[in-house]
Design a protein around this ligand. Structure first.
Ligand code: HEC
Length: 146
């Protein structure tokens, strides 16, 4: 009896340990992906500022669309704990978070169409709107850097 209880306890510890590891992974992965989104925005800004060719940026925007389509799944319950700047409100106001994220994907579709058309002025306008859309999620749901 004593032995089987011990085995049960060990089994439970293993499960908890695995879950904690997976959670840490989810946070590290989403932060790395969001960092990449920031780098994409910087790279596109350089093209906008230098009035360069926007057409090749369609591929960059494709990576962003794929990322934001995956965003809701990257904030599973419990991933508000750990090395994250996601605010508790994000998890409490899930539907609103997802609505803002859908707006982000829609805005990126506009940006992609502007890139594909090669119209640098239209791209510049859509780029500005894209940056503002990032802010509509960061203001309520991301901790400010200290
Ligand atoms: C729907 C919500 C949402 C949208 C839209 C959004 N972000 Fe964020 N972003 C977050 C949250 C939440 C965090 C904090 C994540 C964490 O620390 O776990 C974050 C973190 C970041 C970070 C810091 C990553 C790191 O190094 O830890 C960068 C950079 C970033 N976002 C860039 C962007 C850019 C650029 C856009 C627009 C193209 C954008 N985000 C749109 C919610 C969003």
């Amino acid at each position: 009896m004593r032995v089987s209880l011990m085995a049960l306890a060990l089994g439970a510890a293993t499960v908890v340990g695995t879950a904690a590891y997976a959670q840490g992974d989810v946070i590290a992965e989403r932060r790395a992906g969001l960092k990449r989104m920031g780098e994409h925005m910087q790279a596109m800004k350089a093209v906008v500022d230098s009035r360069g060719n926007v057409q090749p940026l369609a591929a960059t925007v494709d990576d962003m669309i794929a990322w934001y389509q995956s965003m809701p799944g990257r904030f599973p319950p419990g991933s508000d704990k750990g090395d994250t700047r996601a605010l508790p409100a994000l998890f409490a106001e899930r539907a609103n978070f997802e609505t803002i994220n859908t707006n982000m994907v829609n805005q990126l579709q506009v940006l992609r169409a502007a890139a594909a058309s090669g119209d640098a002025a239209a791209f510049g306008t859509a780029y500005g709107q894209t940056g503002q859309t990032c802010g509509t999620c960061h203001r309520p749901y991301r901790m400010r850097a200290s």
